[in-house]
Design a protein around this ligand. Structure first.
Ligand SMILES: Cc1ncc(COP(=O)(O)O)c(C=O)c1O
Length: 394
């Protein structure tokens, strides 16, 4: 296929949906657990890797494969694997490159379950974890050990919108022969491509913007062919967090409108951030698009636009944060993000309740912090809803 340069064209044309026997425009959903061999020799050849072809859906499936090719192309990677959830992507990628006795450095602000996976599960296998504030990369250099095999960062981070300088972090990772894994969920490859900045692996919760419609749970891992083959043949094959064919189809569909959704979301978010920033009851707004964001210059350098997430702190602490949730009418009170609907949530009592209070506060997730994922509705309606809710939430 001719290689198109422009992301928007590739998001529509770099799948191979129509290359099926019947010429269907869209990639068929191969909703089959297993694949039939013509004879025993063919089965043996496929298991031995001597003949191309499918065996069993946990090991590969044509709908998954089409999605994997497309997302690898969009992220600028050689290969990809689609997983059952974002957490399946994180766990498969991280476990692949760590053994007992190894060390992981992670950013201190992370999605809550990523944090608890690192803090509570990895030490059970004798893997040491250091959480560091990566807004200052000296902290990473100081934490590095001979046994550091993986550096993991989320940028922007969930939910404080702290950024990490990916290109600089990649240099540190190279210096210590570690693998750099970036969670690119908040940005999508349309807005940020960490592999082009030197990261080794990108993971996504594709549940969010890539799916985009709040109707599927899925994840993605993108990297070099060698790394992806290892992950596919080890942590995915043996632990089993592969995507279902129907969910792969939903992601292929979501990718078709990714650019146009993100453009509208970014535009809406800018206006909501400006509105919140000027509101007397809002103490602080965290959004990398504001010139007051301490890492605004970095945001302009490594991101194409500023994304759809805003966090803000309200006057009135925990109670005000919770009350606001009960007053919104249009904004939907739900965790998750990246959907067509505007979603609002209170991290201290929801997504980050698993993070111990002291660590939560240290990572900037205060009691009154509210996270909003701006959707595709009319921005005037979103702002009107927030306005009446802020008025009522004393
Ligand atoms: C930044 C980030 N990474 C990973 C995940 C986990 O993804 P999933 O819920 O698809 O397992 C989430 C979920 O909210 C997230 O926000």
């Amino acid at each position: 296929m001719k290689k198109y340069q422009d992301f928007a064209t590739r998001a529509i044309h770099s799948d191979e949906g129509h290359k099926n026997e019947l010429g269907a425009l869209r990639t068929p959903i191969y909703q089959s657990s297993t694949f039939v061999f013509d004879n025993v020799q063919q089965g043996a050849n496929r298991f031995a890797g001597e003949e191309e072809g499918y065996i069993y859906t946990r090991l590969g499936n044509p709908t998954q494969a089409d999605l994997e090719k497309q997302i690898a192309d969009l992220e600028g990677g050689e290969a990809a694997i689609a997983t059952a959830s974002g957490m399946a992507a994180t766990s498969a990628a991280v476990l692949q490159f760590l053994s007992a006795g190894d060390h992981l450095i992670a950013s201190d602000t992370l999605y809550g379950c990523t944090h608890s996976f690192f803090e509570e599960m990895l030490p059970r296998w004798n893997i040491e974890v250091s959480f560091v504030d990566m807004t200052d990369l000296n902290n990473v250099r100081k934490a590095a050990q001979n046994s550091t095999k993986v550096i993991f960062a989320e940028t922007p981070a969930n939910p404080t919108l702290d950024l990490v300088d990916i290109a600089e972090l990649a240099k540190i990772s190279d210096d210590i022969s570690s693998r750099l894994i970036i969670d690119n969920t908040f940005m999508t490859p349309y807005l940020q491509r960490p592999l082009e900045m030197g990261a080794d692996i990108v993971i996504h919760s594709a549940t969010k913007y890539i799916g985009g419609h709040g109707d599927t749970i899925a994840g993605l891992i993108i990297g070099s062919e060698e790394d992806i083959i290892e992950i596919r043949e080890s942590t995915i094959k043996d632990i089993g967090g592969i995507i279902a064919p129907f969910n792969a189809f939903l992601l292929l569909r979501g990718i078709k409108t990714l650019c146009i959704r993100m453009d509208r979301i970014c535009k809406n978010t800018r206006k909501v951030a400006e509105y919140l920033n000027a509101h007397p009851r809002v103490i602080e707004v965290y959004y990398p698009g504001l010139t007051s964001h301490p890492q605004h210059e970095l945001a302009k350098r490594q991101m194409e636009d500023f994304g759809g997430i805003i966090a803000f702190e309200l006057e009135g602490g925990f109670t005000a944060g919770r009350n606001l949730m009960n007053e919104v009418e249009l904004c939907v009170l739900a965790v998750s993000l990246g959907d067509v609907d505007t979603l609002i949530q209170h991290p201290a009592s929801m997504t980050h309740y698993v993070v111990p209070e002291e660590e939560r506060l240290e990572a900037g997730i205060t009691d009154s912090l509210v996270r909003i994922s701006v959707g595709l509705e009319s921005v005037d309606d979103i702002i009107a809803d927030l306005d009446q809710a802020l008025e009522a939430c004393h």
